[in-house]
Design a binder for this molecule. Sequence first.
Ligand SMILES: Cc1ncc(COP(=O)(O)O)c(C=O)c1O
Length: 368
Amino acid sequence: MPTSQDEKADLGIKISEVEPAKRRPRPPDEDKLGFGAFFSDHMLYLDYEEGRGWHSPRIEPYGPLSLDPAALALHYGQQVFDGLKAFRTKDGAVQLFRPKDYLERMNRSARRLCMPGVDVELVLEALKALVRIDSEWVPRKRGASLYIRPVTIATEAALGVKVSGEYSFFVLTGPVGAYYAEGFNLTRILVTDRYVRAVRGGIGEVKTAGNYAASLLAAEGAYAEGYTQVLWLDACNRSYVEEVGTSNIFFVVEDVLVTPPLGGSILPGVTRRSVIQLATDWGVRVEERPITIEEVIEGIGAGTLKEIFASGTAAVISPVGQIGYQGQDYTVNQGAVGDLSQRLFDEITGIQYGERPDPYGWIERVVP
Ligand SMILES: Cc1ncc(COP(=O)(O)O)c(C=O)c1O
C-alpha cells in the first residue's frame, strides 16, 4: 500500500489513484535479465503543448503509445532520451545514482533539438514515485539494477519539416543484468575508419535516436568479426579517438589517465564525469586531451599504455582487452584487467549499491 510519503509525489500525481497494472511477464530469474528485455508494470507520462507547457502528469500501466502516424518524431527524428539506474542495497533500500545529472543532460539534448526541457526537481519526484510503485521490479542480485529510460518525442501531426508544437514525455523502467554478456570480462573493440558516429557541430554530444541509428551498420560489422563494440574516430581526420560503442573511453598512459575532451561530438557521460572526479581525488593525474589511434597502438606496443576501459551507465567500467585496427589485433595489458579499471568499478558500484560512503552526494534515496 502507498504510504503518506508516497502521496507527496509531485506534479499532482496521486499515488493512491494510479490504476493498478495487469502484472507484466516476470523475468525467469535475476541471472537471466539481459539488457532491456523486461519492462516494469507502470510508466510516467507528461504532455506538452506550446503556450500551455507541460501538463497532465500521470502514472499509468505499461502499454502501447497512441500516436498520429504523422507525428514529427517518426519522420524527422525530433526525439531525445536518457538512461539512468536504480539500485537495491543490501538492506533492501532502493536508490538512484546521479538522477539530476541525467535529467539535466536530457534537457540539454532537448535544447539542441528545439524541444522543451522538463522541471528537473518535479520530474525527479515523479520518477521516484514511479520507481516506488514498481519497487518490486528492482532486482536483488548484486550487479543487476532497474534501468530507467526517460524519452521525449515530438507528437504534432505535420509532414513539413518544422519544430513540433506538441510533445510527449514518458518514462519506462525495467530490470537489467550486466550489459555485456561477458560481464566484467575484457572486451574486444574494432576501430572503424570507414564510418563515423558524429561530427562537431552536429548532434553527437546529445542523446537522440539518430546517433544510435548511425552507429548500427558499423556495430553489426564489428559483431560479425567477433568484436564487442566499435571504437569511433573523429569524422574529419579519422585519427583522434572519440568513444567506444555507447560509452566514453579512457586510457592509462604511463601513470596518467587520458580521455578525449568533449569537443562537441562526444556524449558527456555521467560515468565519465564520475571517473574523472574519483581519479582526481585519488591523486591520479587526469588529462582531457586529444589522443590519436596511432598513439594508442604505439603505446600498446611500447608497454606505456597500460589500461583501456570504457565508461557508461550500462556497464559502468568495461575493460578493453584487445583492439582491432587495420586488420591487426593488439592486446592491452597482456589481456589482464587493469588496477585502475578494477578500482574505479569497485568504487562506483560500491557507492551505487550503498556499500561505500557517498561523499559527493551522488545517491538519491527512493525507498524507504
Ligand atoms: C554515445 C554514448 N557515449 C557515452 C555514453 C556514456 O554515458 P553515461 O556514462 O552517462 O551513461 C553513452 C550512454 O549513455 C552513450 O550513449
